[in-house]
Design a protein around this ligand. Structure first.
Ligand code: GLN
Length: 495
């Protein structure tokens, strides 16, 4: 039998239901893969005992003929999700050894379907980053390498552990979160599928907050079909999150015909950036051709405010972060600075936050406090909110003019080496998010699908952006790309 951990979710579901193997066997294959993969640093907390108990319970359900899609399927969980009694630190020292007394809604829904918790997964601290290098656990190494070059590459961020774990077959799928690209960019860098749903599709309850008006959970999987299966299980209204939408959850998988005849796909000219590598332009062109060959109509469109999206995002996201992160004061959760010699409660707060937050998080908190401060609020925060409205309107106008979905590259380059970008200039790292943040500002769904390899042999992704609540059609468009691209490249195992 093939190594069970290399199966897709759909294959595992069918195999489990046909009793070709058990959930315990499938889970053991993943746990063994996890134990062999310490060099990737994708896992923050191993949850083997819990996984084994969940797998045994799933086998009992399967034996009783009660087998939801994810019953017995091992799923990895980004460390940003609170999991009851299991260390959940958002990859931050300030939440050191935090054991949540409750379970996030999204993970609770997965477990209710019988999914098995494979492990907690590494990420950028508080999901702030694009390379997984801001984690208190250290960076994740991508399973991919440039041929003939042993330097470790980034799996992307902030859901870098989730991406690496799926790409390296440590679990069959993983949950990530996406505030400005953190599902789509790592998916693109590691050759997997990642979808950020419409804002409000999934409950944010129990997910450590970064920027609440932008944060959204989503699946990271080996195939589009698997993303459809997982998204259905994760979605739905939740009384504990008033921004979750009171909408029926469609059967996303049932929508996957791959038939895109007559669909109008917009190609926004503003996404053609100066200095964009020719291979990204070529990939985009290939995506247009693949959809056109499948019968879609490609139309040039304009999203005129695109160039303001990145600066607006890097005002709004830090502003919300500075407010959300005010709760980490050393009193309620996690780390508390040594009280010896403390000069009162303000001193305690200051020392705890200085010790507990990493450099990038401190930078965001300071930027956020600055743009929200009385003297600068109008010039920065208020103006960024206005820009956000204009960006949203750009998309609305494109959809009103008859466009069904929008095709762009997912990232401006393939994965870079750890330590290669950022350094003393954080803006270089922020530029990675240029194609992804617009979607979060507008609240729209978007998916990254692996579509080709760079000249260096690294995965590249195409992004499709959909209408609000249009995930079913979006996943179907992505199926057309997935079929045409027939991306089968896998990383050589070096770990
Ligand atoms: N890279 C972006 C940031 O650093 C997006 C992160 C995310 O989507 N969580 O803010």
């Amino acid at each position: 039998m093939t190594d069970l951990n290399t199966l897709t979710i759909a294959e595992a579901r069918d195999g489990l239901r046909a009793r070709r193997f058990s959930a315990v066997e499938l889970t053991e294959a993943c746990l063994a893969a996890i134990d062999r993969a310490d060099a990737l640093n994708a896992v923050t907390t191993k949850t083997h005992d819990r996984a084994r108990a969940m797998a045994a319970a799933a086998d009992a359900r399967l034996a009783a003929g009660d087998a939801p899609d994810l019953c017995g399927v091992p799923i990895g969980v980004k460390d940003l999700f609170c999991t009851e009694g299991v260390r959940s630190q958002a990859a931050s020292d300030i939440l050191r050894d935090f054991l949540p007394p409750y379970e996030s809604t999204v993970t609770a829904k997965l477990w209710a379907e019988g999914a098995v918790m494979a492990a907690k997964l590494n990420m950028d601290e508080f999901a702030m980053g694009s390379s997984n290098e801001t984690s208190c656990y250290g960076p994740v190494a991508s399973p991919w390498r440039r041929p003939g070059d042993n330097r470790p590459l980034t799996p992307g961020g902030s859901s870098g552990g989730s991406a690496a774990a799926v790409a390296a077959d440590l679990c069959l799928g993983a949950v990530g979160t996406d505030t400005g690209g953190s599902i789509r960019q790592p998916a693109a860098f590691t050759g997997i599928v990642g979808i950020k749903p419409t804002y409000g599709r999934c409950s944010r309850w129990g997910i450590v907050a970064f920027a609440s008006s932008l944060d959204q959970a989503g699946p990271m999987t080996k195939t589009v079909r698997d993303a459809a299966i997982m998204l259905k299980a994760m979605s739905g209204e939740d009384p504990k999150d008033s921004t979750s939408a009171p909408l029926e959850v469609p059967d996303f998988e049932a929508a996957l015909t791959g038939d895109v005849r007559g669909r109008r796909i917009g190609v926004p000219k503003e996404y053609r950036l100066d200095g964009m590598p020719p291979e990204i332009e070529a990939l985009w062109e290939k995506g247009r051709a693949m959809l056109a060959d499948a019968g879609a109509e490609i139309v040039e469109i304009s999203l005129p405010h695109t160039k303001y999206a990145l600066p607006a995002y890097y005002i709004i996201a830090p502003a919300e972060a500075s407010s959300n992160l005010a709760r980490y004061d050393g009193v309620r959760y996690g780390l508390r600075a040594d009280l010896k010699g403390s000069e009162g409660v303000t001193d305690l707060y200051e020392r705890t936050r200085a010790e507990g937050f990493g450099a990038e998080v401190r930078r965001r908190v300071m930027i956020g406090a600055y743009v929200l401060s009385a003297g600068y609020y109008d010039a920065y925060y208020l103006r960024a909110q206005k820009v956000r409205t204009l960006i949203k309107r750009d998309f609305e106008q494109a959809f009103e003019a008859g466009v069904d979905a929008i095709l762009t590259p997912a990232t401006p380059s393939a994965a870079f080496a750890l330590g290669e970008i950022g350094g003393d200039d954080p803006v270089k790292m922020y530029l990675n998010d240029v194609f992804t943040v617009t979607v979060n500002l507008a609240g729209l769904p978007a998916i990254s699908v692996p579509a080709g390899l760079s000249a260096e042999g690294l995965p590249l992704g195409l992004q499709l952006i959909g209408k609000p609540w249009g995930e079913a059609a979006l996943l179907n468009d992505a199926t057309a790309i997935e079929r045409a691209a027939a991306f089968v490249a896998r990383p050589d195992r070096w770990w």
